[in-house]
Design a protein. Structure first.
Length: 404
C-alpha cells in the first residue's frame, strides 16, 4: 500500500501536490532504481481480478490501517488501544498473504501436490506432461483474490498474541520490501505457523519503528513499547527482508548497498528460494502430503527474543511447534514421541541408541513445558496403565519422505 511505502520514502511537496519517492533493488533482474514514485512500485493492474471488489475491500481497510500505523510512527511510545492491536494484526495477516511472492509460492506448492498425486496413480504417464497440464489448470483457475479472501479467517489465529512497538535509536535504518511481514519462530527454529507455539510476526512501519506480534507465553520479557539501540538487531532484521523479498526498498539506495553485497545472506536467500514447498510419501495405496508454510527459519539472532530457562533446557531438535490451543489429541501426539518413537526408530541405522535416548529425554522436557503452557489439568497429565499400553503398541510405520 502507498500509505505504507510512504514511511520509507522521500516526500516532496505538500497537500494535493505531495509526492513520495522510493529507491529499490530487484533481485531477479539485478536492477536498482532511485527516486521512483511509490504509486508505480509494487503495483499490478487487475492483480485481484477485473471486477474491483477486492480492491474496494482493501481500500476500506487500508484507510483504518494507515491511520493506526501513522499514529504509531509519530508517537510510538503511546499506549496501544485494543482496536490498534487488532488492526496491526489484521494488517500483518493481509500484507503477508496479498503479495505476488505469496501467490506464486502457493501456486507452486499446489502444482507439486497435484503432480505427485497424479504421477503416483499414473506411473506410466510422463510426469512432465502431467505437470504441464496441472500448471495450465492452476493458471486458469487460481487467483490472488482467493488467498486474500482467506485472510479474515486467519486473523482469528492471532487473537491470543501480544503486540510490541519497538523504536530504534540506531545509526542503521530499517528497510522494507515487497514481502515485508516476516513470520519466524525462535522457539522452534524450523517451524513457524500462525497457530503455533512460539510464532513471531514482525514488520517495519518506518525506518525506526518495528511491530512485533508474538507469543507472550514464550517471550516474557517483551513490553508493549521498547527502545533498542543495538545496531546488530537492525542488520538482522534487514537480512530477513532480503530472504523474504523479490524487491527491497528504502528512501535512499545507499541504505541497501551493504546488504545487497552480503554474500552470506544472499546464499541463504537462494536456499530459501529452493526449499521444498511440499513433502510427500507414497506407500502404494495413497500419498501423504505435508505443505510447508512460507515462514522463515530463525537464522539471524535478535536480542529481544530471549527464551526462558525452561525452554533453553529443551534440545533444539525437540522443540516442535505444536498448536497454542490445547486439545487432547495433540498431547497424545507428543506422548507418542516419548513412548512410541524410540521403538519405531530402533531398527533405523540413521538413529543410534544414544540419539534415540536423547530424543526421548528431550521430548519429555518438552511435554513438561507444554503441559504448563497449555495449563493441562493434573488429572489429564496422569498416564494410566491402559494409556501406556496403547502408546507402546499403537500400529505405526516409518515412511521416509520422497526426495521429489
Amino acid at each position: 500500500p502507498r500509505f505504507y511505502m510512504k514511511n520509507f520514502a522521500i516526500i516532496k511537496g505538500e497537500g494535493k501536490k505531495e509526492k513520495s519517492f522510493i529507491s529499490f533493488f530487484q533481485f531477479d533482474k539485478k536492477i536498482s532504481r532511485e527516486n521512483i514514485p511509490t504509486k508505480s512500485v509494487c503495483y499490478e493492474k487487475y492483480f485481484y481480478g477485473e471486477n474491483g471488489n477486492i480492491e474496494k475491500m482493501l481500500a476500506a481497510k487500508e484507510g483504518k490501517w494507515g491511520k493506526t500505523i501513522n499514529k504509531i510512527v509519530s508517537k510510538p511510545e503511546e499506549k496501544l488501544l485494543s482496536e490498534d492491536m487488532l488492526l496491526l494484526k489484521e494488517f500483518g495477516v493481509y500484507q503477508y498473504g496479498r503479495t505476488l511472492a505469496m501467490f506464486n509460492y502457493n501456486k507452486q506448492a499446489i502444482s507439486d501436490i497435484l503432480t505427485d498425486s497424479f504421477s503416483n496413480f499414473n506411473p506410466h504417464v510422463d510426469s512432465e506432461m502431467i505437470r504441464e497440464k496441472v500448471d495450465d489448470k492452476i493458471q486458469n483457475e487460481m487467483f490472488a483474490s482467493q488467498i486474500v479472501e482467506l485472510s479474515n479467517e486467519v486473523v482469528n489465529e492471532l487473537n491470543d498474541l501480544g503486540v510490541t512497538v519497538i523504536e530504534f535509536e540506531t545509526q542503521g535504518k530499517l528497510i522494507t520490501s515487497d514481502m515485508p511481514v516476516i513470520m519466524t519462530n525462535p522457539f522452534s527454529i524450523d517451524n513457524a505457523g500462525m497457530a503455533n507455539v512460539g510464532v513471531v510476526m514482525m514488520y517495519p512501519i518506518s525506518e525506526k519503528v518495528l511491530i512485533l506480534i508474538y507469543d507472550s507465553k514464550i517471550y516474557t520479557s517483551l513490553k508493549q513499547y521498547m527502545k533498542d539501540d543495538n545496531e546488530e538487531d537492525v542488520v538482522s532484521l534487514n537480512k530477513y527482508q532480503v530472504l523474504s523479498a523479490e524487491r527491497i526498498m528504502s528512501d535512499k539506495l545507499e541504505n541497501l548497498v551493504a546488504i545487497m553485497q552480503d554474500r552470506d545472506v544472499c546464499e541463504k536467500r537462494e536456499k530459501f528460494r529452493e526449499k521444498k514447498k511440499v513433502d510427500s510419501s507414497y506407500d502404494g495405496v495413497g500419498t501423504f502430503f505435508a505443505m510447508h508454510s512460507r515462514s522463515m527459519k530463525y537464522s539471524f539472532p535478535i536480542s529481544f527474543f530471549k527464551l526462558p530457562r525452561a525452554i533453553r533446557k529443551i534440545p533444539v531438535e525437540c522443540r516442535e511447534a505444536f498448536r497454542r490451543k490445547y486439545d487432547r489429541d495433540t498431547r497424545i501426539a507428543l506422548l507418542c514421541r516419548i513412548y512410541r518413537l524410540p521403538d519405531l526408530l530402533k531398527d533405523n541405522k540413521d538413529f543410534p541408541k544414544s540419539e534415540i535416548r536423547k530424543q526421548k529425554e528431550g521430548y519429555s522436557k518438552l511435554l513438561k513445558f507444554m503441559d504448563d503452557y497449555w495449563e493441562v489439568p493434573i488429572t489429564e497429565r496422569t498416564i494410566t496403565p491402559e494409556l501406556m499400553h496403547k502408546l507402546k503398541t499403537v500400529p505405526t510405520t516409518y515412511y521416509p519422505l520422497d526426495n521429489r
